[in-house]
Design a protein. Structure first.
Length: 438
């Protein structure tokens, strides 16, 4: 097939790459020259995939078009493909011609309920549905880039099948941003459905695009991204005229006290030197008219932690604060915690093993001890089962950060992402060569 690189073509491209050079070629990797050449040759296709996916974003558990595009591409490359995993996920397996272990690579596919304001020629104009309401949809977190990168990596790996010492599993995951209310989804559901069994990977790798120097790579051993808990507070008071707040329960004042209490917990009642902890109230819904104090209110937000003991203590303090304030106002209500995404914690041995590989792949600075990130990622669900390494890929400095309506990327970083995904898989398998594949 035209999509599959032949060994002859790869060798020719490899010779061309020797004259191209580049900073990463100073690193030691037996596959590097061929992978660099293949990634460079594929760059126009990867850019085209990224733009197509960006223009047609889909929310979590609704990634029908994206998953169909991915599955068709992988089948054409000769992968064994399974679809419909955790609703819309795609899992593909490529068995190399040499015996060895198993490695997994992961990309997430879902977009966000955000109205795009980038002004790009391929900007999204898609309107979807979120929480029962029509909403604009945008790839505001870069998952379009993740999918395109792993599609490119899949093609490079298929062309190097004869050199692969083991088996590569590709995981295209839905609903990383969370499934719709009332539904299951994401990495946890993929794990429950057995994506890390038969074959069981010895390691899993994933990346996330983020603002930074193009082609830079950053990661750290141990905790890297926060655990994320959602929370909801539903309060019932007593409706009254806005001119007579003493005849009812002033829910606006009550909510402001809860916000201030949470801020005080995070800033003054936790040991901030021990571990970062963030409590954010992001939603307050109550009332429909300027002169009516309503009977009901809902508050929602997120808790981000890195330390399990601090997480437990923080939740207890939040519950105590809500109970006290609600009782003092004469209302009824309580704090309810939602499902938690665990801490993304990189396996220390795996991080040391793959440090030369990530240095080889990068075209910018490599930071192996980057600071902790209070953002969350359900890649942690895979790491809870097998050793995993998650790293950030710099994509320039867009006007907005991830989740912003202005977020976009410098597409030169896509080539670096393909190199990183392929090299981590090949070098890991080489380093564990001889281990049996399940």
């Amino acid at each position: 097939m035209s999509q599959i690189f032949t060994k002859v073509a790869l060798m020719g491209a490899a010779m061309a790459a020797l004259s191209w050079g580049g900073p990463a070629l100073a690193q030691d990797s037996s596959h590097k020259v061929a992978v660099f050449a293949a990634a460079e040759a594929l760059q126009p296709k990867v850019v085209a995939w990224r733009r197509d996916i960006h223009q047609h974003p889909e929310l979590g558990n609704r990634e029908f078009r994206t998953s169909a595009l991915v599955a068709e591409h992988l089948r054409a490359l000769g992968y064994v493909v399974k679809t419909g995993v955790a609703h819309t996920g795609v899992v593909a397996t490529l068995k190399g011609d040499k015996p060895g272990g198993v490695v997994a690579l992961r990309a997430d596919m879902d977009a966000l309920p955000v109205e795009e304001k980038t002004g790009l020629a391929f900007a999204s104009k898609v309107v979807g549905e979120y929480n029962g309401q029509p909403t604009p949809v945008m790839h505001a977190c870069g998952h379009d880039a993740h999918v395109a990168i792993l599609m490119g990596a899949a093609e490079v790996l298929a062309g190097m099948k004869a050199e692969i010492a083991g088996t590569v599993v590709l995981i295209f995951q839905p609903a990383e941003e969370g499934p719709p209310p009332g539904e299951e989804g994401g990495a946890a559901m993929m794990v429950a459905e057995g994506v890390l069994t038969n074959p069981r990977p010895g390691a899993i790798f994933g990346l996330h695009v983020s603002p930074g120097e193009v082609g830079a790579i950053a990661y750290r051993s141990g905790p890297m991204m926060a655990a994320a808990d959602s929370f909801e507070i539903r309060i019932k008071g007593k409706q009254t005229h806005g001119a007579r707040p003493w005849d009812g329960v002033d829910l606006a004042s009550l909510s402001s006290e809860i916000v201030q209490a949470f801020n005080q917990i995070a800033a003054r009642r936790l040991d901030v030197a021990r571990s970062p902890t963030v409590i954010t109230v992001a939603v307050i819904q109550s009332g429909v008219r300027h002169n009516i104090i309503p009977e009901d209110m809902m508050m929602g937000g997120t808790l981000r932690t890195f330390d399990p003991e601090m997480r437990t203590a923080t939740i207890a303090q939040m519950q105590a604060a809500v109970d006290s304030i609600v009782a003092r106002y004469g209302a009824k209500g309580a704090l309810a915690m939602g499902g938690a995404t665990p801490v993304v914690s990189n396996d220390a041995d795996l991080a040391r093993l793959m440090a030369p590989t990530l240095a080889a792949a990068a075209s910018g600075p490599v930071d192996p001890d980057t600071g902790k990130i209070t953002g969350a990622e359900d890649f942690a669900e895979f790491q809870a089962v097998v050793p995993g390494l998650f790293y950030r890929l710099g994509v320039g400095f867009p006007p907005g950060t991830n989740h912003s309506p202005f977020f976009t990327i410098d597409e030169a970083a896509l080539e670096v992402g393909v190199r990183a995904q392929v090299l981590t898989a090949l070098d890991y398998l080489d380093k564990v060569a001889g281990g049996p594949a399940d």
